[in-house]
Design a protein around this ligand. Structure first.
Ligand SMILES: [Fe+2]
Ligand SMILES: [Fe+2]
Length: 272
């Protein structure tokens, strides 16, 4: 999941996006899923303003999940604010200073969580130190690996979002390209479902659980949001399938229906 943009209780985001209610619906949808997912990874912008009252809403919401929850900051969070408020979440103790980066084993898959938050900026940066850590971490293992980072390294064609992308994407490409066990880059920030290749890997970008960025591929199109269906990705792994990424919707929709054959159906014009 990504870009929950939680606000202090009772406040909407940008006046019209009730992000707390929409995040609640996303969590409900996840809780209803069978089989139960092994973990939830939230790829940043957990809060809208990195306010302690927003992290308090996040803690209450996430406490309802009976699975590990892995967090990384986005540009709307701050590494320091998230570390302070969510310090008991997995990986935070492991990464003691500066960036929040850590590894976790989720079943047969390894998660590498990276922090692209850059104080005072909407764009993101990994930084040389974190890239060196990523390099040594990737060299140390061969488990199928998902790398989570808020800012997508690949461009989308949505100009106003690409302008606030990841500044050291080229350096990231050099680090990950040699490693066949990197199965996915899991990103957020764009508030749209996007799939792209980056450094020979598959990058999936999940929609937000609340408002989405308008699909506008005209050059220098305006920055606008709408309420296209909220969704998240379910990443499934088995030895038979490898990593398969399914998009799942937050809201209810018609169905399911059976694929019954047409036996007994009277076609128009065939009436006796
Ligand atoms: Fe966001
Ligand atoms: Fe963002």
């Amino acid at each position: 999941m990504t870009d929950l943009h939680l606000r202090p209780r009772g406040l909407a985001c940008y006046r019209v996006s009730d992000t707390n209610m929409l995040a609640e619906r996303a969590i409900r949808s996840l809780l209803a899923f069978t089989p139960k997912p092994d973990a939830l990874v939230i790829t940043g912008d957990l809060t809208d303003g990195s306010d302690p009252r927003e992290y308090a809403v996040a803690r209450e919401l996430l406490s309802r999940l009976d699975m590990p929850v892995y967090l990384i900051p986005g540009n709307h969070d701050s590494s320091a604010g998230m570390r302070e408020a969510m310090q008991d979440f997995p990986g935070f103790a492991e990464s003691r200073t500066g960036k929040i980066s850590y590894t976790a084993d989720i079943g047969d898959v390894q998660l590498i969580a990276l922090d692209t938050h850059l104080p005072g900026a909407a764009g993101g940066e990994l930084g040389a130190e974190q890239l060196a850590w990523l390099d040594s971490t990737l060299r140390a293992g061969t488990k199928p690996t998902l790398i989570a980072l808020h800012h997508p390294p690949a461009l989308s064609g949505i100009t106003h979002m690409d302008d606030i992308g990841l500044s050291d994407a080229e350096a990231l490409a050099e680090v990950i390209a040699p490693h066949d066990h990197v199965e996915r880059l899991l990103c957020g920030h764009l508030h749209r479902p996007i799939i792209a290749s980056f450094a020979g890997k598959v990058m999936t970008l999940s929609p937000s659980t609340s408002h989405q960025v308008v699909l506008d591929l005209t050059e220098n199109g305006p920055a606008l949001f709408n309420f296209e269906p909220a969704a998240y990705f379910l990443h499934y792994y088995s030895q038979r399938t490898g990593v398969v990424s399914h998009m799942a919707y937050v809201e209810a929709f018609p169905g399911p229906h059976h694929f019954f054959a047409d036996d007994g159906v009277v076609w128009p014009g065939d009436e006796a």
